[in-house]
Design a protein around this ligand. Structure first.
Ligand code: NAP
Ligand code: GDD
Length: 330
């Protein structure tokens, strides 16, 4: 039985990756941070917490000793470093913490990996936010595109990406980067734009509120589904040669178009409810992402299964269900 160790297991991707690896027959160990919400209330892990092959351990990416202790105890075959302060807007408010978790956290992981379990394979959750302002002439970003980040989050992720490549070459480690474009799901944090729009639109539909305030509605993102993207992570880490791969749908939509898709599904017109509030604008914005994932599609035989519309509709159905259940228990 293969053993996987996942940081950020209580997050969107960590929870789906745990389910996927358990289905494949892995023993799954995950790092969780202590917080004020009891572990058994972290609902993303509901599907796995009682599985006998699932183990959650306390630790923190900023606490090197906790990482070393866990790698020594677990001795994993595959290490997925998904833990991060993952909100770009928040990274402008907490830049130093973002760098500690998203940049120094990676080197903490790599040092422990190199010393304690160098036989394992390593996956780093790199991000399309690293490309920042770069768009190639054909309208895409790809593995060879220049990294030109526009946020503390993006700058920290560029460090993580580069240090993984350095450890791969310098110490002959199987250390990989998945450069993932935006991916969403019903488990997405509700302060990311897709889930914020879906949740509020469903509240409007049910008469619980009558407005939605957003920041920049004219930015474009390449939005895929987290379930498809955790399959890609497993393919990236298990490719014979340690390498870097962009994972994307190869389509892009504006925030405005996304609002239109969501409100139309609920038989509403977003223009009647949505306004822009400068408090949601960023000090510097990344205006356009569209990823070229040809390398992953040809080398790893990966492709997404969800369409953009299917994903947004799934998120709407989820929130309608949640909100109606809350209402019926009042
Ligand atoms: P998420 O839902 O925010 O999950 C991130 C997880 O990291 C959370 O469980 C969080 O713990 C944990 N974490 C934060 N700081 C930590 C620390 N200091 N030590 C240990 N764990 C820590 O994010 P996600 O969407 O699943 O994304 C997973 C990874 O992929 C992140 O590294 C993100 O930056 C990267 N990424 C995401 C996307 C995307 O569109 N989703 C795209 C590209 C790259 P708590 O639950 O305790 O807060
Ligand atoms: N969050 C948020 N809230 N974003 C808004 C809002 C709002 O009210 N209004 C407009 N936006 C715009 C943002 O300015 C941005 O252009 C776009 O919606 C997407 O914002 P987010 O959903 O917060 O995602 P992100 O693109 O900044 O970052 C996500 O994707 C990265 C990959 O490119 C995160 O998942 C990162 O962790 C990930 O690396």
């Amino acid at each position: 039985m293969k053993k996987a160790f996942i940081t950020g297991i209580a997050g969107q991707d960590g929870s789906y990756l745990s389910e996927y690896l358990l289905e494949l027959g892995y023993e799954v160990h995950g790092m969780v941070r202590r917080n004020s919400v009891a572990e058994n209330q972290q609902s993303r892990l509901n599907a796995v917490r009682l599985n006998p092959n699932f183990f959650a351990h306390y630790g923190d990416l900023t606490d090197q000793t906790s990482i070393e202790r866990l790698l020594t105890e677990i001795n994993p075959d595959e290490i997925y470093n998904l833990g991060a302060q993952s909100h770009v807007r928040v990274s402008f408010d907490v830049p130093q913490y973002t760098v500690q978790a998203n940049a120094l956290g990676v080197i903490n992981m790599l040092e422990a990996y190199k010393r304690i379990s160098p036989q394992a394979k390593f996956y780093q959750a790199s991000s399309s936010e690293m490309f920042g302002l770069t768009v190639e002439d054909d309208g895409y970003q790809r593995e060879t595109s220049v990294m030109n980040p526009v946020s503390p989050y993006g700058c920290a992720k560029v460090f993580g990406y580069n240090i993984v490549r350095h450890y791969r070459r310098a110490y002959n480690l199987h250390a990989t980067n998945g450069i993932l474009f935006n991916h969403e799901s019903p488990r997405r944090g509700s302060n990311f734009v897709t889930n914020k729009v879906v949740k509020t639109a469903c509240q409007i539909k049910l008469g619980l509120t009558d407005k939605l305030e957003l920041g920049n509605m004219d930015s474009y993102r390449d939005w895929g589904h987290s379930k498809d993207y955790v399959r890609a992570m497993h393919k990236v880490i298990n490719h014979d040669e340690a390498d870097d791969f962009c994972i994307s749908t190869m389509e892009t939509h504006s925030v405005r178009e996304m609002c239109d898709v969501v409100f139309k599904y609920l038989d509403l017109d977003y223009k009647d409810y949505v306004s822009q509030n400068p408090i949601y604008m960023r000090p510097e914005e990344l205006p356009y992402l569209k990823g070229d994932s040809t390398k992953a599609r040809t080398t790893l035989d990966w492709k997404p299964t969800y369409t953009f519309e299917e994903m947004m509709h799934e998120m709407c159905d989820h929130w309608l269900d949640v909100l109606q259940n809350i209402e019926s228990t009042r």
